[in-house]
Design a protein around this ligand. Structure first.
Ligand code: MG
Length: 375
């Protein structure tokens, strides 16, 4: 049995991971952590019975859960949970820059990091990737596009260019003028993928695609200009590679996060975790992205490789999306807040862990100030 820890078990990645695990043999869940959804977490603990568990908040009293040998609280508690449970694999399904801390802890302990938290790479830069190399930890991306690239980029000659696709998000058929005033209700209706709230908003602004270009830059060592982005409206094409001779290889299939989640757990093998669907009559079509409509993608390209600005980009987006979901700012302001925050952070190509935390903190303060200017 391979021992697995799931961080963020009540979120979108976490719940889909649990669904997948019921269909794969040979995996034992030894530890689970949640953020603040304790009522769902309690049900999960009863069903999956890990020996170790943790929650970010500090209020719950988990003593009633008899299967749990030890329960931990807070961010430090999640680290202690990893140390105590000694998993072979850790899936990091938490959202936001906070995930970096857990990813760095996980690679001290496990043999494989199944990484759904793209911020670990956007904010961590080379820190996490070099740490995995040093410790001989396998880093398997869970992000669907990067899972696709990981599967395409095997042996043989290196392709000239790689690309990832975007659905375009819920507002893809709205005019720029109309989308400025879109409400959270409008934006949370994602046309294809079932995902968490922040990433669904990030899909409509294409901040998500911006983060993913940066993620691909670090994971696969391509310059930003050789990482192309296209819209694929049905998300049936996830990624592709283009060789010197013009040959294009696509990674395509049903857009369902359970597939890349399962692949990260079973690599190099494959298991069927969704119903077998037909493959005829599905259009495979790539469209150019309208840069005027998605300025956040262009901004991400401009700062790719500048770690301090990447941290600011992510932090400002986290703050702006929260403000948007609370109804404090208009949808159209999300980009402005990110752009202003990024411009106010000094350019620094590499940062150590202490500097990352510092830049993240300052960026959040600047972003909050920019939010308050919108009132
Ligand atoms: Mg993705």
């Amino acid at each position: 049995m391979r021992r697995l820890a799931i961080l963020g078990s009540t979120g979108s990645i976490g719940t889909q991971t649990l669904d997948v695990i019921e269909k794969i043999e040979g995996l034992e869940i030894v530890a689970m952590s949640c953020g603040h959804n304790f009522s769902l977490f309690t049900k999960q603990l009863e069903r999956y019975r890990p020996a170790f568990a943790a929650s970010l908040s500090t209020e719950e009293n988990p003593l009633a859960l008899s299967s749990v040998k030890r329960f931990f609280h807070g961010e430090e508690g999640i680290e202690e949970m990893l140390e105590s449970s000694r998993p072979d694999m850790v899936i990091v399904g938490v959202s936001g820059a906070a995930g970096l801390r857990f990813s760095l802890k996980a690679i001290e302990i496990c043999k494989r990091l199944c990484l759904a938290n793209k911020e670990s790479i956007v904010c961590g830069g080379d820190l996490l990737i070099e740490g995995c190399k040093e410790k001989s930890v396998e880093l398997i991306p869970v992000d669907s596009e990067h899972s696709g690239l990981f599967q395409l980029l095997g042996e043989g000659p290196r392709p000239d260019r790689i690309f990832i696709t975007a659905s375009g998000g819920a507002l893809r058929d709205w005019s720029v003028e109309r989308s400025i005033d879109a409400t959270p209700g409008d934006v949370l209706k994602h046309p294809v993928w079932s995902m968490g709230r922040r990433i669904t908003i990030d899909s409509a602004t294409m901040v998500n695609k911006g983060l993913e270009v940066i993620e691909a830059h670090y994971l696969f060592r391509y310059d930003e200009e050789d990482i192309e982005t296209y819209i694929c409206r049905n998300s049936y094409i996830h990624a592709g590679i283009v060789y010197r001779d013009g040959v294009v290889k696509l990674h395509s299939g049903t857009p369902d996060m359970r597939i890349p989640i399962a692949y990260s757990l079973t690599y190099p093998f494959r298991e069927r975790v969704i119903d077998r669907g037909g493959i005829t009559g599905i259009p495979l079509l790539l469209e150019e992205i309208d840069g005027d409509k998605y300025p956040a993608l262009e901004l991400a390209r401009n700062i790719c490789g500048k770690q301090s600005k990447q941290i600011a980009y992510n932090a400002a987006d986290e703050i702006a999306v929260e403000a948007f979901l609370r109804g404090e700012i208009k949808f159209g302001r999300i980009y402005n807040i990110i752009e202003r925050t990024v411009s106010r952070i000094d350019d620094q190509r590499r940062a150590d862990y202490r500097q990352i935390l510092e830049i993240d903190k300052i960026s959040r303060e600047i972003a909050l100030e920019e939010v308050s200017k919108c009132f």
